[in-house]
Design a protein around this ligand. Structure first.
Ligand code: PHE
Length: 467
């Protein structure tokens, strides 16, 4: 029996590929990580650095991963080996990383679902109380229940396959997501609130904090930290170095212009990150002031925002809260679909089982892993000090191992593979199939060989050790 008896799937249209890939890229990274990182790193200054980086470094690595997928016609697990026999281990890493991420991403997806249900049932007041989030995630059954629902939704889309599941789901969910994001962002700008002491803050004041570069106290070393924050954010947000672009691009049609596809995916991802900043920063600023912004950090989504929604009053707060958590749920779902697809595609290539069967097995294994992650907040609770200085439970530990250690390694080794071993032409030839134009080719060559590896080596040292 050969190992490849399945007919290889393919996206039916260019739009299907771009929306599915953008669906992967647009996720919690855009809606939750981007706004608080921007607020922490001087607003407009971070924004400018980030914009430059996604369209140079992000574009370079994304086109390389897309070329790898389309040229080898394989999912991440086997594509690296096919490109160069000595790099098979990178493919294994690019298979293990999404498998690990899956076990905690579905847990966070479950939290989002729970918050959506809370706002839908009008219990927003409860979500806004101090300690609600902690009591929810440490409770025994609720997080597991919502996680399982979220995982099941993901699994159904994957079991239906690329043409019948991923593509139609992305075509329906992504436009809804963008409309919601634009609507909430506009609403956020119209907000205003007067404190007991008579100070009034408006949404537009909050927008200024997000957009106007704050150069106060910026030194060379803080600037470097901002650059490295932006590099890390760009990789996470664009779903790079986790096998996703490689796997999805193995379904990209040969007649599509690869570099245009990459530019469109990056543009959509960046637009949604920008809109997330416009929704969240003014809203938090209006109701909680600058203190609210600086205190936000990772707890922004589940602790600060419910308070902001509650401050809008019962009717408006409920509507905006429902719209917001529905948006987050759509974004998390399309991202989660892409992680499970990397695992399932790898499984199908190596076992010869049908998609449905592989999906079932992977989903069951993921469910066990995700239950362990949930129990990390009660039964298996521990406080582990990470090398980067933070304290971790199981979820944070998995996040650290993937995002701060394995992904920078995959990214760095990929640059060496494409820049020095296979040479940049290996990528540009694939992108130029059928006479298609490869945009920014000169920039690509310099980036992939020199600048990207240096930035990624610094990122690896810095993020793994927290220097
Ligand atoms: N790009 C996604 C985001 O911004 C990150 C991601 C995608 C993480 C898929 C895991 C899986 O949230």
């Amino acid at each position: 029996m050969t190992t490849h008896t399945h007919k290889k799937s393919s996206f039916g249209s260019k739009l299907g590929f771009v929306l599915a890939t953008a669906g992967s890229a647009v996720g919690l990274g855009n809606l939750w990580r981007f706004p608080y990182t921007a607020a922490k790193d001087g607003g407009g200054l971070f924004l400018v650095v980030y914009l430059v980086l996604v369209f140079t470094l992000g574009y370079t690595v994304m086109t390389s991963e897309m070329a790898l997928g389309r040229r080898t016609y394989k999912s991440a697990l086997n594509a690296y080996k096919e490109a160069h026999p000595k790099f098979g281990w990178v493919g294994k890493l690019a298979f293990i990383v999404p498998a690990i991420i899956l076990t905690y991403y579905v847990v966070i997806g479950g939290w989002v679902l729970q918050y959506l249900v809370l706002f839908l049932t009008g219990a927003y007041g409860e979500a806004a109380t101090d300690g609600y989030f902690t009591s929810f995630i440490t409770s025994q059954w609720a997080p597991i229940f919502f996680m399982l629902v979220f995982l099941a939704l993901t699994a159904v889309i994957i079991a239906l396959g690329v043409e019948k599941g991923i593509e139609p789901a992305s075509k329906a969910l992504m436009p809804a997501l963008i409309v919601l994001a634009i609507g909430i962002a506009i609403f956020s700008l119209t907000l205003s609130n007067t404190d007991a002491d008579g100070t009034t803050r408006t949404g537009l004041d909050g927008l200024a904090i997000f957009l106007v570069p704050n150069l106060e106290g910026v030194t060379v070393s803080t600037f470097l930290r901002i650059v490295m924050d932006a590099v890390g954010q760009a990789f996470f947000s664009l779903s790079l170095a986790m096998g996703i672009m490689v796997t999805y691009s193995s379904y990209m049609r040969k007649e599509d212009n690869l570099s245009t596809n990459a530019l469109q995916v990056i543009s959509i991802d960046t637009l949604v990150a920008f809109l997330a900043g416009v929704m969240i920063i003014p809203a938090v600023f209006v109701f909680m002031g600058t203190d609210g912004l600086s205190a936000a950090g990772p707890s922004l989504m589940f602790i600060s925002l419910p308070k902001v929604f509650a401050a809008m009053g019962p009717v408006v707060g409920t509507i905006v809260g429902v719209a917001f958590f529905a948006l987050v749920l759509l974004a998390a779902l399309t991202s989660c679909v892409s992680i499970l697809e990397v695992v399932v595609a790898g499984g199908m290539e190596t076992t010869n089982y049908t998609r449905k069967r592989v999906t079932l097995v992977c989903t069951l294994i993921a469910a066990v892993g995700a239950i362990v992650v949930c129990l990390g907040y009660n039964v298996f609770y521990f406080e582990l000090a990470l090398p980067n200085g933070s304290t971790a439970q199981i979820l944070d530990l998995f996040d650290y191992v993937t995002n701060s250690v394995l992904m920078p390694i995959i990214a760095l080794v990929s640059c060496i593979l494409f820049g020095w071993v296979l040479k940049p032409n290996w990528v540009t030839d694939e992108a130029e199939t059928g006479g298609a134009k490869f945009y920014l080719k000169g920039l690509f060559r310099v980036m992939i060989r020199y600048i990207a590896p240096i930035l990624l080596a610094v990122l690896l040292i810095q993020s793994a050790l927290g220097l």
